[in-house]
Write a protein that binds this ligand. Structure first.
Ligand SMILES: [Mn+2]
Length: 329
């Protein structure tokens, strides 16, 4: 059972067991998987007596501040460590400039589930069949500390819950449910975590949602839909980019829409695009030409230009990809 190949698993376990000081880093704009996986691994390693730093460039978003150990997350790096663990991304650049410029580690270990060709760490546990990085952390936890407790369990549960869209997406496998079942048996309360992650929204977020939904654009083909969010909207509602998580799911929920995306203004005529597919169109392929990255159903990229033109361009690209899929069927 499990996804990890025996050889690389043994390398990773040895590296984790032998290191005395460990830095755990994950991608910028951290999500439930990046944070849950980082904190679960951190708590396991702390229990093993190691000195652990959990690094992220960005602060913990409000919806994940309940995670056990969230106070460990810091945007500072120690002078040096034995082992750097890079979680939920496979390139150091994804963890921000400070981390990618840092060379204070003796060895590096990447644990990730994104489709990728770049393997920049010394040891790479990269399995795109895993529903979340949390699934790979669970496999390591079952080796390093099989009797792990509720705090670790809640972090892994949140990682898997959020990356599978509450077990609704096609990456929810028998193994996702089996692991979740084991975590619930260890004391995780599903409704408690659901409330923390999804039903503790600040009023400001609902106000921002209202403004974002007003921007809805739909392609002539009705195959794609887009929304955008501007700095002005953040100012008007007292919010920031942390409050946009999940908003792109609204346009995707429209009947007939195969791909939805949200454009977030990050500079003058500069936008960060987040794409979500219903499953037929591969959005990782869609953004590959724009040096973007991600999965089949969720991907992103950054682009400069006129917003309306950029949206039209993506509408046309989705139509084109969809026609290719239809003619292949
Ligand atoms: Mn993930």
């Amino acid at each position: 059972m499990g996804l990890l190949e025996a050889g690389v698993r043994a390398l990773a376990v040895t590296a984790l067991e032998q290191a005395k000081t460990v830095v755990i880093a994950s991608h910028i704009d951290p999500d439930g998987d990046a944070l849950g996986s980082s904190l679960a691994l951190a708590l396991i390693l702390q229990k093993m007596g190691k000195d652990v730093t959990v690094y992220n460039r960005d602060a913990v978003p409000y919806s994940y501040s309940f995670l056990p150990g969230s106070e460990l997350v810091s945007n500072r790096l120690p002078p040096e460590c034995d082992l750097l663990c890079l979680l939920d991304c496979s390139e150091f650049e994804r963890a921000g400039e400070m981390l990618s410029a840092w060379s204070g580690y003796s060895q590096s270990l990447c644990i990730d589930h994104h489709l990728t060709v770049n393997r920049s760490a010394d040891i790479n546990l990269i399995y795109s069949d895993a529903c979340a990085t949390g699934e790979l952390i669970y496999e390591l936890a079952m080796i390093l500390d099989p009797s792990f407790g509720l705090e670790v369990a809640a972090n892994i549960y949140t990682a898997i819950l959020t990356d599978t869209g509450s077990f609704r997406y096609s990456n929810a496998t028998p193994s996702s449910f089996a692991i979740a079942g084991d975590l619930v048996a260890r004391g995780v309360e599903p409704w408690e975590i659901t409330q923390q992650v999804y039903e503790s929204q600040p009023l400001e977020r609902i106000k921002l949602t209202a403004l974002v939904l007003e921007t809805l654009q739909i392609a002539n083909s009705k195959l794609s839909a887009a929304v955008w969010v501007t700095k002005e909207m953040f100012e008007k509602t007292g919010t920031n980019s942390e409050y946009t998580d999940g908003l792109v799911n609204y346009p995707r929920s429209i009947a007939g829409v195969e791909v939805a995306f949200m454009a977030r203004e990050i500079g003058p005529e500069e936008y960060k695009f987040s794409f979500r597919s219903r499953g037929r169109v591969n959005v990782a392929e869609l953004v590959a030409g724009f040096s973007g990255g991600g999965h089949h159903n969720a991907a992103g990229c950054r682009l400069k230009g006129n917003l309306v033109e950029l949206i039209e361009q993506f509408f046309a690209l989705v139509d084109e990809q969809f026609q290719n899929i239809e003619s292949d069927d």
